[in-house]
Design a protein around this ligand. Structure first.
Ligand SMILES: [Zn+2]
Ligand SMILES: [Zn+2]
Length: 448
């Protein structure tokens, strides 16, 4: 991992701590993710919520873990950086039951870098509208003197996506500490087993017996102390299994997704890795969910979504996305996949979080050429010539005419919740297996 990417990742970790403060810009994030965070901040402000997010770095961890995975395609190198944090979220408002959630987590950041680009971020550029000189990097959010917006190549490296994973291994702390902690959690079970042994072996039934025989009491406490790490170890393993079992089907599908995507996509545009695609789709899904004006979004051309996302104040990617299909029609390649997220919704009197699965269909023109040479140009309305940010709106905010200025990137065509569908499929599968087992059993017994 280059120093640049490492720096971008750590800048991002600092910047997202303040992402919801007024006027904050997360410049280490790419355009789409930056826009997501801006929309999310507006949503939180609109609902009058006090949203406090704390990420306290927990370290140290072995160096080898920093560079978790990295993928290369023709133009980009995408990698995951990981860090261990105590992640605490508090959401408050008058009349709302205060929501608090704290967990030790690993934070993953998807960092994208160009493989052979030159760094132009510090170069001077003269605004074609007002003539003021700024550096290229200062123009990412438009000219600060006259407000002119620009269409420019992304200034890599940038963070394209991020997510949190429950740190089941407790890698951030010493193993014995984790085991002791789980040992303390399982003290009730430990106590019950000790009492049971004393009862069956020595016939001790009432608490009075223990006071009459203090030696037995001391002995019991010593045995419980000795058993504590053993109970802790088993409790820890059990917990790890529980979490793994919850996410195993997802992991299988995701491992498959990478292969499926690569083999099918290679026919149309082999320039993409699944990771960069997944990062973009997650950002676009969030943009659609947080947006209050979807008709104007240049990145959404699906049906009216009604109010399903109106009370969503956070969508947290769970790190998994599957790939269902890749199809080409009329010069556009359509990719459909399931995105696993945790949504946080404001129900008025309380906050509710839920794991949800959304099937997203996205498309991209395959005739638009890839170009990693740096390019910058003024964005302006075809009718009135005013400048506006074409990522955020396709209608000119000045004259109202529709001009799709940037249509060569991914666009979402459909979003729907598929949880129920998947649940029914799993129930049917379970039913079929039970049925076959029953038939096999009856057969063995010679009943059929
Ligand atoms: Zn200017
Ligand atoms: Zn206009």
């Amino acid at each position: 991992m280059t120093d640049n990417r490492e720096k971008t990742a750590s800048d991002f970790r600092e910047e997202i701590k303040h992402a919801f403060e007024p006027g904050a810009k997360v410049m280490s994030a790419d355009r789409e993710l930056r826009y997501c965070l801006e929309l999310q901040r507006n949503r939180i402000a609109k609902r009058n919520l006090k949203y406090k997010e704390e990420m306290v770095h927990k370290g140290p961890f072995p160096d080898g873990l920093k560079n978790v995975r990295s993928w290369r395609d023709v133009h980009y190198e995408t990698s995951w950086t990981v860090d261990y944090i105590d992640h605490n979220i508090t959401i408050q408002r008058d009349g709302l039951k205060t929501y608090k959630h704290g967990e030790r987590q690993a934070i993953y950041e998807t960092v994208v870098d160009v493989r052979d680009g030159e760094d132009v971020s510090g170069d001077d550029y003269c605004c074609p509208n007002c003539g003021a000189v700024s550096t290229i990097s200062e123009l990412q959010e438009g000219c600060r003197h006259c407000g002119t917006s620009f269409k420019m190549s992304e200034l890599y490296p940038k963070v394209a996506n991020y997510f949190f994973v429950y740190d089941v291994s407790g890698r951030a702390e010493h193993m014995w500490l984790t085991v002791l902690k789980y040992g303390v959690y399982s003290l009730p079970v430990n106590l019950i087993m000790c009492l049971y042994v004393l009862y069956t072996q020595y016939g001790m039934t009432s608490p009075v017996d223990y006071f009459l025989q203090p030696f037995m009491l001391i002995r019991m406490i010593m045995v419980m102390g000795a058993m504590l790490p053993i109970f802790g170890y088993f409790a820890w393993i059990f917990d790890a299994f529980r979490v793994a079992a919850k996410s195993t089907p997802v992991f299988f599908e995701v491992a498959n997704a990478r292969k499926k995507f690569a083999s099918r996509m290679s026919m149309f545009c082999p320039e993409f890795t699944f990771e960069s695609f997944a990062a973009r789709i997650v950002s676009l899904l969030k943009i659609v969910a947080y947006s209050d004006n979807r008709d104007d979004l240049p990145t959404y051309s699906g049906k009216d979504l009604g109010t399903v996302f109106d009370n969503v104040v956070d969508i947290s990617f769970l790190g998994s996305m599957s790939c269902k299909s890749v199809k080409e029609r009329n010069g556009i390649v359509y990719v459909t996949g399931d995105v696993y997220v945790k949504t946080t919704r404001d129900l008025g009197d309380r906050i509710k979080t839920k794991d949800e699965i959304y099937r997203v269909k996205a498309g991209r023109r395959i005739d638009s050429m890839f170009n990693t040479d740096f390019a910058i140009s003024k964005l302006q309305c075809n009718s009135c010539g005013a400048s506006f940010d074409a990522l955020k709106t396709k209608k000119c905010p000045f004259c109202g005419s529709e001009c799709n200025l940037e249509n060569n990137d991914w666009v979402i065509y459909d979003i729907r919740n598929v949880e129920l569908e998947l649940l029914i499929k799993r129930l049917i599968a379970a039913f079929v297996i039970l049925w076959l087992l029953l038939i096999a059993l009856l057969d063995v017994k010679g009943l059929i």
